[in-house]
Design a protein around this ligand. Sequence first.
Ligand code: GDP
Length: 481
Amino acid sequence: EDIRVYEFAEACGKSASEVISVLFGLGMMVTKNDFLKQDELEILGEEFEIEVTVKDALEDANYIEEYHEEDIDDSNFETRPPVVTIMGHVDHGKTSLLDKIRESKVAAGEAGGITQHISSYTVEKNGEKITFVDTPGHAAFSAMRARGASVTDVVIIVIAADDGVKPQTEEVISHAKASGCPIIVAVNKIDKEAANIDMVKSQMAERDMTPVDWGGDIEFIGVSAKTGAGIDDLLENILLQSEILELKADPTAKAKATVVESLLEKGRGPVATIIVENGTLRVGDNIVCDTTYGRVKAITNDMGKPVKELGLSETGSVLGLSDVPAAGAIMVAQDSDKEAKDIATKRAEHERAKELSKSTKVSLEEMSGLIAEGKIKQLPVIIKTDVGGSLEAIKGSLEKIANDEVKVKVIHAAVGGITESDLVLASASEGCIILGFNVRPTGSVKSKAKADGITINTYSIIYDLLDDIKDTLSGMMSGVI
Ligand code: GDP
């Protein structure tokens, strides 16, 4: 979507006038600088025998438009800390482990300040940083990944040493494997009498997760979230894994971050907890995040302290968005507030359009259901015209040609060429005909219609169209269509 006529021509090695004349021949008036609509793209694809995929504009906006790739400069690359996610079966100690790691690593003076569990934080081990993120669950983790958020570099699967592999552990294994991230198994609760690390190892080996000391490639670290045993070992292992990954990013770039949690805070407004993936996020930056935007008013770090900026892989809460973004949304700094606003507005419009098209589809389905049941005789039609004015006129006149016995049922009316999707729609309603006013189908749509037994009538005079329909209706009255 959002491609202009001349851009399309360039992309497929045609001249703009060739593109214009194809559309013109089908009754669609466009100029070189017009944006092509979806049906026009379909038609052009067919005509030039090229594959045209109409991409989701929202996706486009996420990955192309909003992020200036030129901002990424190899020469500025720096090693960035790993982002680690812990997943596991409920009660195996994910939360306790996250809290214990944090507690064991904050400076003594600050330890008293940690009273509640938070969703992400950074710790230091041997002078190197590690960021932990608490995803609400493995499903949420995969959903975020599906949206393109790279929220994690290393996955830790926590398994209670006294309980072993459970159904949710199995799910976690699948999600972790699918992520392609290195996996470390933390065998928790080793302080317990019933702890049995070997049992966990053999259960995991059966699932293609063979421990390193058994000749496989998965590290198993025994830990206790209660006593803190093994936690240093676990952190060292994370650093080893991340060294192999050679994680790099550009701290001088405009910030790109992932939202891991968000909420509306009374008196403060939308708050988004983020992890910086690239660049540096600063107070005062213009940001866009899905369909919301704003200017960074304040940043609070993972210790709850106000800071001026967040660097690579660092985490904190950001104030200043106009709305609450969803977890997994990608936040990107823009050059100007206008740019941020434009992108957000465009996306919001796109989402609205998507919603609208969904609801029409539903009602169309309902309609064809009604027709199928139908005691009332009606003539379902699809109307396609070259301009909005004639569309309204034809639709209005057709709906008036009705009596108690029969009437015209407009299944779909739109400005644009006659396409395959119109055929699909028509075949869903028995007896549906397609009416084109100053628009015509392409050759292949014509032959497909013929094969499917769908009538396409095209007109250039409104009265001809109306007369034809009147005739058809009187035929229906006498029982002959
Ligand atoms: P989550 O559901 O995976 O987040 O598990 P929690 O962290 O809430 O822990 C579940 C229960 O196990 C709690 O009662 C914890 O106190 C306990 N627990 C967690 N880790 C350990 C551990 O290493 N040793 C012992 N003995 N108990 C633990």
